[in-house]
Design a protein around this ligand. Structure first.
Ligand SMILES: Nc1ncnc2c1ncn2[C@@H]1O[C@H](COP(=O)(O)OP(=O)(O)OP(=O)(O)O)[C@@H](O)[C@H]1O
Ligand SMILES: [Mg+2]
Length: 388
């Protein structure tokens, strides 16, 4: 669905992108997006860290900014909180322009990578901080802190000090502190990256559950693609201060808009070639010598340069796929149930295939035939943009 997903399009009107996910929180009528960026730039001195960034975030949704280090993820979060000024464009929260609203007047919950708890304050005082600051009466503070601690599954921990808690527990307290005053938006900047792998997975589920239960709009930052794919309603793939693609996890994974997205989000096989036939079914002659059938809604010029992108999961070994690539196994890693094979298909081209194990793991040197169907690949043009 087009839905204004790609940012190469002109600026959208205010209501575009408000999705059905917006929920029914405030009754009838078209709901305002919870957060909207309209063509913002953010500069540190002369360095432009974020350029012409536009995004509309539906109320109650979970949106992830995903991208490599330095691409501007934290900078964008900081701009929502009012911690950094934008140099062009507008930011709207709940339909209101907030460019000139100071940080303390924005109703935003923040969770960072480092827990940033006050080390000498108790859990209660840490969580109560935002409420005291807002002059909430004491009995209500006690009730709300209790409820927030229940929610992060640390009930009764009010008197503990952060040093008496594990990393994961401290991060739960940081989360409780961020949600206790029922902010309009919850910002999470790599909140799981300091945790070990097991704890990270557990917290993924936990954060998602709390977000659903509270119906809070969450903006999550990570450079971990698995985290992004498993948690998000929508993913914004960022590259050098701009959004490359915005879409649902399956969409950005299955139909990457650019070579950058294909490469960053999971390991894709990128096979260069030239269009060898464009009347009727499109065929591409790969640099490695084989010819494959692909789908293209547009007629492509004969001999134009393209890249065929195939995910390792879309390749079968043996099987009856339309496209067959004979080759030899270079390496095999057993994953339990499936294996990752690296297969040399000639012409100095190695392909990664993630295939299920049929009887045994194939070994190095064995001859195999890789297969994929025309609808199992995406075609990019010479500039690295998706054609189909
Ligand atoms: N206070 C600052 N002064 C000058 N440049 C900055 C400042 N903060 C960030 N930058 C630069 O802006 C760019 C974007 O930084 P940002 O912290 O937003 O990246 P990020 O995507 O969050 O990266 P990471 O994944 O490493 O956290 C980087 O090139 C960074 O060096
Ligand atoms: Mg960052």
């Amino acid at each position: 669905m087009p839905d204004g997903q790609e940012l190469s399009q002109p600026p959208r009107p205010a209501t575009a992108g408000a999705s059905p996910m917006a929920g029914t929180l405030s009754g009838v009528g078209a709901e305002q997006p919870a957060v909207e960026f309209r063509n913002i730039d953010i500069a540190y001195g002369k360095f432009v860290a974020v350029r012409d960034f536009s995004l509309s975030i539906a109320k109650g949704s979970f949106v992830t900014l995903l991208g490599p280090s330095g691409c501007g993820k934290t900078t964008i979060l900081r701009s929502i909180a009012g911690l950094v000024d934008i140099s062009a464009g507008q930011i709207m929260i709940g339909g209101r322009r907030v460019d000139d609203v100071p940080i303390y007047k924005r109703n935003i919950g923040l969770v960072f990578q480092s827990y940033a708890l006050f080390p000498h304050k108790s859990v209660f005082d840490n969580v109560a901080f935002g409420l005291k600051y807002r002059n909430v009466p004491k009995p209500e503070i006690r009730r709300k802190v209790g409820k927030a601690l229940d929610m992060v599954r640390l009930p009764g921990s009010e008197k503990k000090l952060p040093s008496q808690l594990s990393g994961g527990q401290q991060q739960r307290i940081a989360l409780a502190r961020a949600i206790v005053f029922e902010p309009q938006v919850l910002l999470l900047d790599e909140p799981l990256s300091a945790l070990d792998a097991n704890m990270r997975e557990e917290m993924r589920v936990e954060i998602k559950k709390i977000q659903k239960e509270t119906g809070i709009t969450a903006i999550f930052v990570t450079h971990d693609q698995e985290e992004a794919l498993s948690m998000s309603d929508r993913i914004v793939v960022m590259n050098a201060g701009s959004a490359e693609q915005i879409g649902a996890p399956e969409e950005v994974y299955e139909r990457p808009a650019t070579a950058f997205v294909a490469d960053f989000l999971g390991k894709a096989n990128m096979l260069p070639g030239t269009v060898s036939r464009s009347d009727g079914p499109t065929t591409v002659k790969l640099a490695s010598g084989q010819t494959v059938n692909v789908l293209s809604p547009l007629p492509l010029a004969q001999d134009s340069a393209v890249t065929v992108v195939v995910r390792p999961q879309k390749l079968s070994i043996g099987g009856a796929s339309a496209n067959r690539l004979p080759g030899r196994i270079v390496s095999a890693s057993y994953l339990g149930g499936s294996a990752i094979y690296e297969v040399d298909i000639g012409g100095k081209t190695n392909i990664r295939a993630n295939a299920s194990i049929d009887g045994r793991v194939l070994s190095e040197g064995e001859a195999v035939e890789l297969g994929f169907d025309p609808d199992g690949c995406v075609l990019l043009d010479e500039a690295g943009r998706r054609i189909s």
